[in-house]
Write a protein of this length. Structure first.
Length: 84
């Protein structure tokens, strides 16, 4: 018999609403299916879900928070900055 064990890795994909809550406070990269305010790629600090169940993402480049419907998310993953 052979058993292989793996982890989602450092850039763990976020798929379920519980993932966005669990990893609130972490740097998150999000790609949307359709543009929001003229862009489809966002990177910032995940702030969990707002009262309407949307992802609250504090953008690192614009110093503002964007709220993204989970249905509009094509891909989301943790994107920590690693320094050695």
């Amino acid at each position: 018999y052979s058993l292989e064990v793996s982890s989602p890795g450092i850039k763990r994909p976020l798929k379920k609403p519980a993932d966005f809550i669990r990893f609130a406070g972490q740097v998150t990269a999000v790609k949307t299916k359709d543009p929001i305010n003229g862009r489809k790629r966002f990177k910032g600090i995940g702030r969990g879900l707002d009262e309407e169940g949307r992802l609250a993402l504090e953008l690192t480049d614009l110093k503002e928070t964007v709220h993204i419907d989970l249905d509009l998310i094509d891909e989301a993953k943790l994107d920590p900055e690693i320094t050695f």
